[in-house]
Design a protein around this ligand. Structure first.
Ligand SMILES: *[C@@H]1O[C@H](CO)[C@@H](O)[C@H](O)[C@H]1NC(C)=O
Ligand SMILES: *[C@@H]1O[C@H](CO)[C@@H](O)[C@H](O)[C@H]1NC(C)=O
Ligand SMILES: *[C@@H]1O[C@H](CO)[C@@H](O)[C@H](O)[C@H]1NC(C)=O
Ligand SMILES: *[C@@H]1O[C@H](CO)[C@@H](O)[C@H](O)[C@H]1NC(C)=O
Length: 391
C-alpha cells in the first residue's frame, strides 16, 4: 500500500462536514418518519366511475387501490408459498403461465395486471381483462357487486374455475340469484375463504422501521364517519361515549370532512381513534383498523370479538370496547392513559417488530388467486355460497 498522508481538516472544513452530516441525518430521520404517510395517501389517477353508487366501505377500499408498497415476504400469508424467484426462463413459459381473466373490474376500477411478481413475489401469472381469452383462462374472477346477467357464454372449459370475490360485509352486500351457480372458489376478507385477503395485515418491520417514534399528539379521541345511522351499534356506542369524553368528530355526518391529503395528519395527531365498523361480522375489520395502526394511533375497536381481532393483530395493539362494561368506563380508561405516558407507550410495543400494511384492493385478490390456481388443480365446487356468506 502507498503511504497516504492525511492532513487534518481545517476548523472551517470540520464545520462544513458536521453541518452536512447533520443535514443528511435530518433528511434520513424525516423520511423514516414521513414515508409511511406520504406513500400511504397517494391515490394517483385511478380510473373510477364517479357515478357508481358505493357504500362507505367500497369507497374507502377504492382509495387504497393505489397504495404502493412492496410486500417483501409473500409467505407472511400462511396460505401463500412464494414461487421460486427468479422464475426459470424456459421456452415453454407460455404453457406454464396461469391465465386469470378479470371478467369485470370491481366498481370499474382498473389495476395494473403485470405486477404480481414485483408486488407479491408471485410468478408465472398472466392476468388479463381480455374476454376473448375466455376459453383459455384457468380462472375467471367475478366481483360480487358487479355480477350481472352478462356472464361468459357456454361452453365452459372443464379446467376453468370461477372465483367469487367480495370485500363488503354481508350487511353491505346482498345475495342475488346468480351466486349459487357455477363458482368454484371464494376470495374475501373471511379467513375461511379459499383465497383470504384481509383489509390489511402486519408484516415484519425493517430495522429502520423498528425505530418507531410516536407521532406528536394534540387530540385525545378522534372519529371520522360519513355513514352515521342511528341503528348502527357504533352510533349508539358513540352517543353514549361522548357523554363522558370529548371526541373530535369528523366526516360528512359532522359537516367536518377530512380530505385525503389531511387524513394522515389528522389521524396521527390523535392518541386514540374509534375504529368502529359499520357492521359486525367475523373477520370483518377494515382500513378503519389498519390505517390508525399504520399511522401511530391506538385503535379503539368495535367489531367482532376481541379473540377474532387477536387472530390478526397483537393483543396489546388495540383497545376493544368489550374490554369495558360501559362506555363510561372506557372513557375513564382513555383519560387515565392520557395522564400516563408510560402506559400509553405500551400500546406501541408491537412496532418494534411489525408494521401495518393495507391490501391492494383487486390486485392482491387477483395475484393471490392466480397463485392458488397454480398450486391447486383439483376439482372443487362451492355448495352453498349464500349459506356460507350470509347464513
Ligand atoms: C356512468 O359512468 C359510465 C361509465 O363511465 C357511463 O357510461 C355512464 O353514462 C354514466 N352514467 C351516468 C348516469 O352518468
Ligand atoms: C419469509 O419468511 C419466512 C418465515 O416467516 C422465512 O423463512 C423466509 O426466509 C422469509 N423470506 C424472505 C425472502 O425474507
Ligand atoms: C432512531 O430514531 C431517533 C430519532 O427518531 C434517532 O435519534 C436514533 O439515532 C435512531 N436510532 C437508530 C438505531 O436508528
Ligand atoms: C367448478 O364448479 C362448477 C359448478 O359447481 C362445476 O360444474 C365445475 O366442474 C367445477 N370446475 C372445476 C375445475 O373444479
Amino acid at each position: 500500500m502507498d503511504k497516504i498522508t492525511l492532513t487534518p481538516p481545517s476548523k472551517a472544513a470540520q464545520k462544513v462536514i458536521i453541518a452536512t452530516f447533520m443535514l443528511i441525518s435530518f433528511v434520513c430521520i424525516f423520511f423514516v418518519y414521513y414515508n409511511p404517510n406520504t406513500t400511504f395517501f397517494k391515490f394517483p389517477a385511478v380510473d373510477v366511475h364517479t357515478n357508481c353508487s358505493c357504500t362507505e366501505t367500497c369507497l374507502d377500499v377504492l382509495k387504497k387501490q393505489n397504495y404502493k408498497c412492496t410486500i417483501k415476504n409473500a409467505s407472511d400469508n400462511p396460505s401463500t408459498t412464494p414461487a421460486p424467484n427468479p422464475a426459470p426462463a424456459t421456452a415453454k413459459k407460455d404453457d406454464q403461465e396461469t391465465i386469470l381473466l378479470i371478467w369485470v373490474y370491481p366498481f370499474g376500477a382498473r389495476f395494473d395486471l403485470g405486477v404480481c411478481g414485483s408486488q407479491f413475489n408471485i410468478h408465472g401469472c398472466h392476468l388479463t381483462d381480455d374476454r376473448s381469452m375466455i376459453q383459455k383462462a384457468h380462472g375467471v374472477m367475478f366481483h360480487h357487486r358487479d355480477l350481472s346477467a352478462d356472464l361468459p357464454q357456454p361452453p365452459r372449459p372443464a379446467f376453468q374455475k370461477w372465483i367469487w370475490w367480495n370485500m363488503e360485509s354481508p350487511s353491505n352486500s346482498h345475495p342475488n340469484s346468480l351466486i349459487n351457480d357455477g363458482f368454484n372458489l371464494t376470495s374475501s376478507f373471511r379467513k375461511d375463504s379459499d383465497i383470504p385477503v384481509p383489509y390489511g395485515r402486519l408484516i415484519d418491520a425493517t430495522d429502520e422501521q423498528k425505530n418507531f417514534t410516536i407521532p406528536k399528539k394534540d387530540k385525545l379521541v378522534c372519529w371520522i364517519v360519513s355513514n352515521f345511522q342511528e341503528h348502527h351499534k357504533r352510533s349508539q356506542y358513540y352517543n353514549e361515549l361522548v357523554k363522558h369524553i370529548k371526541v373530535e368528530a369528523y366526516g360528512g355526518h359532522f359537516n367536518n370532512r377530512v380530505n385525503d391529503d389531511d387524513y394522515g395528519n389528522v389521524v396521527s395527531s390523535c392518541k386514540f381513534y374509534l375504529s368502529f365498523e359499520n357492521s359486525i361480522h367475523r373477520d370483518y375489520f377494515t382500513e378503519k383498523l389498519f390505517n390508525p395502526l399504520a399511522l401511530g394511533t391506538v385503535p379503539v375497536v368495535l367489531g367482532p370479538s376481541r379473540d377474532n381481532y387477536e387472530e390478526f393483530i397483537p393483543r396489546d395493539a388495540f383497545i376493544h370496547v368489550d374490554d369495558f362494561p360501559t362506555p363510561k368506563e372506557l372513557a375513564d380508561h382513555l383519560k387515565s392513559l392520557d395522564q400516563n405516558e408510560e402506559q400509553y407507550r405500551q400500546y406501541f410495543n408491537w412496532r418494534k417488530h411489525f408494521i401495518s400494511m393495507s391490501s391492494s384492493f383487486g390486485l392482491e385478490h387477483a395475484c393471490r388467486t392466480c397463485d392458488y390456481l397454480k398450486r391447486n388443480k383439483h376439482y372443487i365446487a362451492i355448495k352453498d355460497l349464500k349459506g356460507w356468506f350470509w347464513g
